[in-house]
Design a protein around this ligand. Structure first.
Ligand code: F6R
Ligand code: ZN
Length: 191
């Protein structure tokens, strides 16, 4: 193994994570998605329009300290998804494939309750429950979307994935997911 010139080496670093609140106080990047960013993703478009008109609430946040988007690096973030529903459908993230579809991802749930919905371009669909301490492995080629089914708490996850994975949202905007998560008659249903 040859080590690069010291001047070319990235230096070790650390960040603080507020595990309970689902925040990275000193994050270099803080992405927010509101109801109005979610057009086209929910089954009940009228309910989404009403939600946007009634104040366009926050849906989710992603806190990152970006690392170089290169093979060999690990990109990581805190993803915090608020509780709520659009009509009967629980709040969820947009969902994406990775641009490098052959890259996997790990989600460690830190707080809350929900599901990770996953699908492949070949028509397979799967889901895993998310609760504090559950680690969900999203294998290569699986698109993934998290869903918050708790009435009052955010769904907080620590995510880690290869630096060069990238995000492909376009395919999900066209295809959607074959399953959705609803509250029906007081029960959580995936249909
Ligand atoms: C990264 C990843 C998560 C999501 C985050 C927001 O590969 O899967 O960090 O980016 O949960 O969801 P999306 O990106 O679907 O809006
Ligand atoms: Zn991902």
């Amino acid at each position: 193994m040859t080590c690069p010139d010291p001047a070319d080496l990235m230096q070790p670093f650390s960040v603080d994570i507020d595990l309970q609140q689902g925040l990275m106080p000193n994050a270099a990047s803080h992405l927010t998605r509101h109801a109005s960013d979610m057009r086209g993703h929910y089954a009940d478009t009228d309910a989404l329009a009403r939600l946007i008109d009634s104040g366009d609430p926050l849906h989710y946040e992603v806190f990152e300290v970006p690392v170089p988007a290169q093979a060999g690096q690990w990109m990581y973030c805190i993803s915090t998804l608020q509780p709520g529903r659009v009509g009967d459908e629980f709040f969820m993230t947009k969902g994406h494939y990775h641009t490098l579809a052959e890259t996997a991802e790990i989600y460690l749930c830190l707080r809350g309750e929900g599901y990770m919905l996953m699908k492949t371009a070949g028509g397979q669909c799967a889901w895993q429950a998310m609760t504090r301490g559950k680690m969900v492995y999203v294998p290569p080629y699986w698109a993934h979307r998290s869903v918050n089914t708790h009435e009052g708490e955010p769904l907080v996850s620590f995510c880690v994935y290869p630096g060069d994975a990238g995000h492909n949202y376009g395919n999900i905007e066209r295809e959607g997911f074959p399953r959705r998560v609803f509250l029906r008659g007081g029960e959580i249903v995936i249909e």
